[in-house]
Design a protein around this ligand. Sequence first.
Ligand code: TXA
Ligand code: MG
Length: 329
Amino acid sequence: MSAPKPLLIDETLVDKAVKLWKNGAVVAIPTETVYGLAADATNGAAVAKIYALKSRPQFNPLIVHVADAETAQRYVEWNAQAECLAQAFWPGPLTMVLRKKWPVASGQWPVIHPLVSAGGDTLAIRVPAHPVAQQLLKAFGGALAAPSANRSGRVSPTTAAHVRDELGDALPLIIDAGACEVGIESTVIDLTGTPTILRAGAITREMIENINIQLQTTKTKNISDLNHTSPLASPGQLASHYAPSIPVRLNATHVDADEALLAFGGTPLQGAAATLNLSPKGDLLEAAANLFSHLRALDKPQHRSIAVMPIPDDGIGEAINDRLQRASV
Ligand code: TXA
Ligand code: MG
């Protein structure tokens, strides 16, 4: 993977983004996971623009991004588990689903628009670690709703070029800070009852259990449970998601000459029309960072399908396999 640029952006660019947000525009921003399509979460018309840009079903709620845990507590009912998780993993690739805080009459800050949570009484919220995302959130001072910056159902973007290719013409500004370090979307954990992982990510089940949070024992939802329509516990967990336009064939032990190969490890299968290796040295973190960009690069009409070599299910491997499984249905 190309190294992330550990930079801050020019203040004039920060000002430009903040002005656009105050005027209800949508701006693409980098985070440590994937690029996001960000808009002022308190502005219904701006949030509606996100749904329109993504062609996203209205029932699928968005994640709210804030600069720190203190700001998060303006918007959600905090609890001991949230505090524990925030101490351990924020800023970072963890999204918590908590009950919405209903605004008190004080009117200290504008409320999150109901469209963000698709009318539900919970809110998904996270504090991104990317220095540029932090810089932008601090300057903006409030809450930015930001789903991944791809059209609904497509592979998430891990570079500004991916965003430009898919949505460039429709956006007034794409902030480029290089390739995303993590490369797959944040872990989503529901804390409104027994803590449950709704979407696997870089913050793994083991990492969460290690800080003494007892998780619902079921693994991240089984793929066969996901082919239903609303109401969905985490509507982004539709079975078919993150899909390239050609078929994806998992756990390949051979590859045909008209296929592309997504390899893993030191001994890639031979004979494919094109091969990209997620991690020649078998490093799962490196594989996660390369997953979406490699899938995009292999998604070419001249290939019959993308054959994918087996990926170990340990640690972040669970999240990689989750995304690959969705890409294959
Ligand atoms: O890493 C990330 O989380 C990226 C970057 C941009 O921050 N964002 C992202 O957003 O992946 P999006 O909108 O593509 O995915 C949001 C996920 C979906 O699975 C959605 O269903 C779930 O979070 N979600 C949002 N609000 C929810 C809620 N109130 N309850 C349960 N799930 C929720
Ligand atoms: Mg997404």
